[in-house]
Design a protein around this ligand. Structure first.
Ligand SMILES: Nc1ncnc2c1ncn2[C@@H]1O[C@H](COP(=O)(O)OP(=O)(O)OP(=O)(O)O)[C@@H](O)[C@H]1O
Ligand SMILES: [Mg+2]
Length: 210
């Protein structure tokens, strides 16, 4: 099994955290030591100590078997719930491939059997005007799980993302179908279609309101 796994999605709010949490719980049941991080989180709020914190990162911190202080789990905490490069700019910060590569490398836990890294937004989220987060994952050669929210439009999003992951030669461990909408039309047909188009295993189908 890979030591590090990057959880990406076809978009924001598709179930990356949901899948990360399920995976962490399953891995723990199987006896693996886990650590989880969300390198960049936008949409943070102030905690009682006046530190910016994000719900996803807190959930990852609470679920992983290795507990680390918040800034290790979420080193880049951005206030506004907008695209990360824009949220960073509002805080006079600049994101880059070099910064993220260094940050992720420094925060991954050697003692973990598996490090789960949750992305921000979708696969091609910009870090600045010329660089994408996906380049960091490509550079670090971290295998990816793609979360697909099963709804109208997901075939286009999933196939585009899959092709880009392939083109960047990033190892794709597989994809997860997340049934995020109640009674979405043609869910099983969409999932079957994606099995034909994506040459990587479908690692699971998550029902609505798991
Ligand atoms: N299978 C499901 N059934 C019902 N609701 C779901 C399901 N999966 C996720 N959700 C809900 O959809 C919302 C988005 O899920 P989640 O936070 O896991 O997405 P995300 O990709 O991590 O989002 P973000 O881009 O903000 O990190 C949450 O409110 C979550 O509870
Ligand atoms: Mg999330």
């Amino acid at each position: 099994m890979s030591k590090n796994i990057f959880i990406t999605g076809t978009d924001t709010a598709v179930g990356k955290t949901t899948v990360s949490i399920l995976l962490l719980k399953k891995l723990e049941q199987l006896g693996y030591k886990t650590f989880a991080m969300k390198p960049i989180a936008s949409g943070c709020t102030m905690d009682k100590n006046n530190h910016l914190v994000n719900e996803d990162a807190l959930a990852l911190q609470a679920t992983a078997s290795i507990f680390k202080p918040y800034p290790v789990v979420n080193p880049i905490a951005l206030k506004e719930p907008i695209a990360p490069h824009l949220a960073a700019k509002l805080m006079d910060k600049r994101l880059s491939v070099a910064l993220l590569t260094e940050t992720i490398t420094a925060h991954l836990q050697a003692e973990a059997d598996i490090n789960i890294i949750e992305g921000v937004g979708g696969w091609s989220v910009p870090l600045n005007e010329t660089e994408l987060f996906s380049e960091v994952i490509c550079h670090l050669k971290i295998p990816v799980i793609l979360v697909v929210a099963i709804k109208l439009g997901c075939l286009n999003h999933a196939i585009l993302t899959y092709h880009n992951i392939l083109q960047m030669k990033v190892p794709l461990l597989g994809w997860v179908a997340n049934c995020i909408e109640q009674d979405a039309l043609a869910s099983s047909e969409n999932i079957e279609t994606l099995k034909q188009w994506i040459d990587a295993p479908c690692l699971g189908v998550i029902p609505f309101r798991i």
